[in-house]
Design a protein around this ligand. Structure first.
Ligand code: FE
Length: 200
């Protein structure tokens, strides 16, 4: 783990927890409201940024080229940058290749595009099995890949944060960039699911 992976300082974590307890004991905050807030950043605010990046890449081939060549600068074109996103590498899913991201050492995650990492991403079973048995992990997420598809696992290092550019689903040619962005899930940008589209 260590300073390079920039996990929160244990002392800071302890202080935050202590503050939360004091404020909640005094009836000044509701711990459930805090959980709701964290959930909001985990699932809503954060991943919406990544979804905009993916939708742009699907809609604009020149942007996609820039994104795959230099993730950090292409992502910052859309205004997303900052901590844990200083050195971004975007890896593209294709019919032949499926990418999966992990941090085997701790919980490094591309905050500017995905927000806060989900609990399972930080869990030891995911971190160890993503490398040893990626197909098994993917299958548990409901994604059974045929043997012909190569699975590549990207382990976040001290500086580099990865994001998956998922495959654009069939039948979406007529959708606007905004409509495309709504289809793109957090988990598809981690690489544990595909982006689905059902014509209505
Ligand atoms: Fe890490």
């Amino acid at each position: 783990m260590g300073a390079n992976h920039r996990d929160p300082d244990p002392e800071v974590v302890l202080r935050v927890k202590s503050l939360e307890k004091v404020l909640s004991d005094k009836g000044l905050i509701d711990p459930e409201a805090i959980d709701t807030l964290v959930d909001f950043y985990e699932n809503k605010v954060g991943p919406q940024n990544g979804a905009k990046v993916v939708a742009r890449a699907w809609s604009d081939p020149e942007y996609k080229k820039r994104l795959l060549a230099d993730g950090t600068s292409a992502i910052s074109e859309l205004g997303f940058s900052g901590m844990q996103g200083e050195d971004m590498v975007v890896v593209e899913n294709t019919p032949k290749t499926h990418n999966l991201i992990v941090c085997t050492l701790c919980s490094c995650y591309p905050w500017p595009v995905l927000g806060l990492p989900p609990v399972w991403y930080k869990s030891p079973p995911y971190r160890s099995r993503a490398v040893k048995d990626p197909r098994g992990i993917l299958s548990e997420f409901g994604l059974d890949l045929s043997e012909e598809i190569e699975v590549r696992v990207w382990d976040s290092t001290a500086e580099v944060r990865y994001m998956v550019l998922p495959e654009r689903p069939e039948g979406t040619d007529a959708l606007s960039e905004e409509e495309l962005a709504e289809l793109i899930t957090r988990d598809s940008m981690i690489g544990v699911e595909r982006v689905e589209y059902k014509e209505s």
